[in-house]
Design a protein around this ligand. Structure first.
Ligand SMILES: [Zn+2]
Length: 100
């Protein structure tokens, strides 16, 4: 069973309690009315699809119901770390601390 650590509940819980909520750190444009159709399309639909480290939003749907961010390795499907929403993207050094 895959366990995911909720940074708010501060415990690892079964993955069935969680919902994937898309890529993390996608900033909403300050003034969407000035964007071209292509730029608006890119904001809405274009996402990265990396092999390896991926920054994701997750929600503890059947727990505290809060959104948080996670760093997951898409090759091994392992969660490298989770952190509160609103925190900046963690550095490689910070991720490495959690990897071991
Ligand atoms: Zn929680």
């Amino acid at each position: 069973m895959l366990l995911i650590h909720c940074p708010y509940c501060r415990e690892a819980r079964p993955e069935i309690e969680f919902s994937y909520a898309g890529e993390a750190h996608i900033a909403r444009p300050a003034d969407p009315s000035v964007l071209s159709d292509e730029a608006w399309r890119d904001f809405l639909f274009i996402r990265s699809n990396p092999r390896g480290t991926h920054y994701e939003r997750w929600r503890h749907t059947h727990g505290c119901a809060r959104f948080f961010n996670a760093v997951r390795d898409t090759v091994s499907d392992k969660f490298l770390m989770t952190y509160e929403a609103g925190r900046p993207r963690p550095s490689e050094a910070e991720i490495e601390e959690h990897r071991s």
